[in-house]
Design a protein around this ligand. Structure first.
Ligand SMILES: Cc1ncc(COP(=O)(O)OP(=O)(O)O)c(N)n1
Ligand SMILES: Cc1nc(C(=O)O)sc1CCOP(=O)(O)O
Ligand SMILES: [Mg+2]
Length: 361
């Protein structure tokens, strides 16, 4: 075919083929992201932004550019990467497609400029809009996941840490905090990285106790901070708006302050005295009942909760719990996790059934 063209026409047809392929690539990627924003997250703003970007790209996909398509001669259609054939989680699927859209827009910007400077400018702007979309989408997904998580495993240091965490993940756990006070930093970093990977594999959120630096180093989903740890504002400044910040609270004043300071969730406890936190007096069921009545953000009852007393905690109004020993020291962590989750779901269903329905006028 090449000899049919003089140099200039040949070059134009190549550029048009590149533009055609990347306009398709960017729009397809956006469509995949849009479907999740629409059906997975029910988020009209994010859905609308994906749709707007797709439509704006469509305006650049002229008949002339489409006419340059030559799929049978395109060697790229046969190329695939193993990772394209496997997406473990929605998070991975979204990341891969955001990356695909951003790359395609960069190509459109560079090659588009050769044809029309305005196309280069527009595609550059769009690429920045996709970066914004990415941060908003990831932050929103993370917070949705937090809202959905009812069981929170706070780990304790032990040689089988990773095995126990994985067993709990196999039972359906979706939220883990790495809590380790005495191990050396180098080892902590390695363990935190391994837990991060494990959580990614099971589509679970991963938070770090106390240490904002470690959370950043392993790209954790956030941190948990107690009353003696860094102020929330400082952690927020370091981690940015997308990450989750949790705060321990023992009474209504601490809860109100944590909310005013921008905590994404609070720990409510200790419900019972516990050897895991020996110097903290029990706040008891009264504080759990207070949280059930007044806490507007996700909250996790914590402290001394196990399979024997767990129903009492639910009866006081908790619908999320955090545990250390009940899972870390369980003989069968998968089964205990499944038991907690099934009871939490059952309780939620009962509450939904019992909730008085709005009276129709
Ligand atoms: C979910 C959750 N709630 C409370 C705590 C306790 O945090 P803190 O008071 O800072 O005590 P330490 O865990 O650091 O000893 C928690 N870690 N997680
Ligand atoms: C880490 C922690 N924080 C608490 C709080 O009330 O802030 S209670 C607690 C320990 C919870 O461990 P277990 O489930 O083994 O009792
Ligand atoms: Mg702490």
């Amino acid at each position: 075919m090449a000899e049919l063209y003089n140099g200039q026409v040949m070059e134009k047809s190549v550029i048009y083929r590149i533009l055609d392929a990347n306009l398709d690539r960017a729009r397809e990627g956006l469509r995949i992201i849009e479907e999740w924003c629409r059906f997975g997250l029910n988020n009209p703003d994010l859905t609308q932004e994906c749709k707007r970007l797709r439509q704006e790209l469509a305006q650049w996909h002229t008949a002339e550019i489409r006419a340059a398509r030559n799929t049978p001669d395109d060697p790229g259609t046969q190329l695939t990467h193993e990772r394209e054939e496997y997406r473990g989680t929605i998070h991975q699927l979204l990341q891969a497609n955001l990356c695909r859209v951003e790359e395609a827009l960069r190509v459109l910007e560079e090659y588009g400029k050769l044809e029309d400077r305005q196309m280069g400018r527009v595609c550059k702007q769009m690429r920045y809009r996709v970066y914004t979309l990415e941060s908003q989408l990831m932050a929103y997904s993370r917070h949705q996941q937090l809202l959905e998580a009812q069981l929170y495993l706070v780990t304790s240091p032990m040689p089988e840490l990773l095995e126990v965490a994985e067993a709990a993940l196999q039972g359906g756990l979706k939220l883990i905090q790495y809590r380790d006070k005495n191990t050396e930093d180098g080892e902590r970093l390695v363990l935190a990285q391994k837990l991060r990977q494990l959580c990614d594999r099971y589509g679970a959120l991963f938070l770090i106790n106390d240490r904002v630096d470690l959370a950043l180093a392993v790209d954790a989903d956030g941190v948990h901070l107690g009353q003696q740890d860094l102020p929330i504002a400082v952690a927020r400044e370091i981690l940015g708006p997308q990450k989750i910040i949790g705060r321990s609270t023992t009474n209504p004043e601490e809860m109100k302050r944590a909310i005013a300071e921008g905590a994404d969730y609070v720990g409510v406890g200790p419900v019972f005295a516990t050897p895991t936190k020996p110097n903290k007096a029990a706040a008891g069921h009264e504080y759990v009942r207070y949280a059930a009545q007044h806490c507007p953000i996700p909250w996790f009852a914590i402290g001394g909760i196990d399979v024997n007393n767990f129903n009492e905690v639910l009866e006081s109004g908790a619908n999320r719990i955090a545990v250390v020993r009940a899972i870390m020291e369980a003989e069968q962590p998968t089964l205990v996790t499944q038991y907690f989750l099934s009871q939490l779901i059952r309780m939620e269903t009962m509450k939904a059934i019992q909730k008085p329905q709005a009276v129709r006028g």
